[in-house]
Design a protein around this ligand. Structure first.
Ligand code: UDX
Length: 441
């Protein structure tokens, strides 16, 4: 099939490359000149494992191309995806849908053939209806079926999530749209991955509900982690014990410094507003947002405690800055409030992240010094703070820290090391969700 994807950002590029990989002919429309130049010259403007190779091979095979204009990009398409951003609107926490509606108007003004118009962007409940009305006003002569097909791509494993999804959710209302969407996803569903067909509104809400539920799981386990620290229980055992119950499931029960990223913070806030618009309460989602905000703000206390109450003049090595491993995304990362507080409290901060430092430089306090590797960050440090669970950090042994740090102190906000092993090697070790182990004197 010939498809157009409006927006060459994270979702648009991953989806476009994956649709090409499963055999479709895809044109990705990207209006930002710098991004488009990178794509046309064979590069990829974001970090996502495997994406550059996938883009390259599909461009070479003639199944994937890029262009700047919607009118040119949609010329031969029978399905058009809108994959532009819906960032949080600062003034009220709602999803900003202006880029979606701009794209809809542009498509409606230029499309000559019948098409299925699909929102991949995360859009508030009722957006599909609003899109239908706009199209009807601008171009009543062409048949345009409006469909919602939310993405569930995790940064760092987005390609696998696309090709081997837990489910493909499609919201639609016409037989034509159903046939086109079934045909589009047939290379995936033939391998046994389920396609769930629902109404447009239900599809829109499935996306928000899924992300809010996962965010709630993370916030919940972080609250239990605090209780473990105060009571002597062990969070990793609690997660295992809970997760073995199939009704609960093992995933998203890893305690940490709080969730961040491009989706959970944005979608939880948007869902609260969507509920309010429908005169409903989202008490649990509100509590999740509050709990997570508090969680992130509390991370500084752990470093203060490990430093005996003050970090003034102390050399702190921050290991990891991105909101999780496998991405260069710094959006709403727990490292941001932590780094800001450390600087405010007078710490000397050296930071290292395998992928996130270019962006970090533009948003973290200018006092932070960035290093090219872990060892330089750890050199002469009083405390090492693990913020992101990069594989590169997980492989480190006590001797990798001991030989270069000034003091043997680790604050591990991701529980990536064996507490007892580090204690035996002379470290004071401060994990999340279990009591710390401290050397005497
Ligand atoms: C999420 C959704 O998973 C995906 O389906 C959606 O489409 C986009 O948003 P992503 O933001 O890439 O994906 O990250 P995810 O892996 O879901 O993690 C979100 C946050 O929760 C991260 O900050 C992560 O560190 C945190 N997390 C996750 C935990 O702290 N503990 C866990 O057990 C799982």
């Amino acid at each position: 099939m010939r498809i157009a994807v409006i927006g060459g950002g994270y979702v648009g590029l991953v989806s476009g490359a994956c649709f090409a990989e499963i055999g479709h002919h895809v044109t990705v429309v990207e209006s930002a000149k710098e991004k488009l130049d990178v794509l046309i010259n064979g590069g990829v403007p974001i970090y996502e494992p495997g994406l550059e190779g996938l883009v390259h091979s599909n461009v070479s095979a003639g199944r994937l191309q890029f262009c700047a204009n919607i009118s040119e990009g949609i010329k031969d398409a029978s399905v058009i995806f809108i994959a532009v951003g819906t960032p949080t609107r600062k003034e009220d926490g709602r999803a900003n849908t202006e880029y979606v509606f701009n794209a809809v108007r542009d498509i409606a003004q230029n499309v000559k053939q019948s098409v299925v118009l699909v929102t991949k962007s995360t859009v508030p409940l009722g957006t599909g209806d609003a899109i239908g009305k706009i199209i009807q006003e601008i171009n009543p002569d062409v048949t345009i079926d409006v469909v919602s097909n939310p993405e569930f791509l995790r940064e760092g494993c987005a390609i696998e999530d696309f090709i081997k999804p837990d489910r493909v959710v499609v919201g639609l209302q016409s037989q034509n749209a159903r046939e086109k969407m079934e045909q589009l996803y047939e290379p995936i569903t033939k391998n046994g991955y389920p396609l769930l067909i629902v109404s447009v509104k239900s599809a829109e809400l499935i996306k928000y509900s899924s992300n809010a539920f996962l965010a709630m799981k993370v916030a919940f386990i972080n609250e239990i982690a605090n209780l473990c620290e105060s009571s002597g229980a062990v969070i990793d055992d609690i997660s295992k014990g809970m997760g073995l119950d199939h009704r609960i499931g093992r995933n998203f029960l890893q305690a940490g410094p709080g969730y961040g990223g491009s989706c959970f913070p944005k979608d939880t806030l948007a869902l609260i507003n969507i509920a309010a618009d429908h005169d409903c309460k989202a008490t649990l989602v509100e509590a999740t947002v509050k709990s997570n905000d508090e969680r992130k703000a509390q991370m500084i206390d752990r470093v203060l405690y490990a430093c005996g109450g003050s970090v003034k003049g102390k050399k702190i090595a921050l290991l990891g800055l991105t909101f999780k491993e496998g991405t260069d995304d710094m959006r709403d990362s727990p490292s941001i409030p932590l780094a800001e507080s450390l600087i405010k409290h007078g710490a000397i901060v050296k930071a290292y992240d395998p992928e996130g430092m270019d962006v970090a430089r533009t948003i973290l306090p200018s006092e932070i010094c960035y290093t090219n590797n872990v060892s330089t960050a750890l050199h002469d440090a009083d405390v090492a703070v693990v913020v992101t669970e990069w594989k590169e950090f997980c492989g480190l042994r006590p001797e990798d820290f001991a030989s270069i740090m000034a003091r043997k102190v680790i604050v591990d906000l991701r529980n990536i090391y064996d507490k007892e092993e580090f204690f035996a090697a002379g470290f004071s070790y401060y994990p999340v969700g279990s009591v710390p182990v401290e050397q005497i004197g």
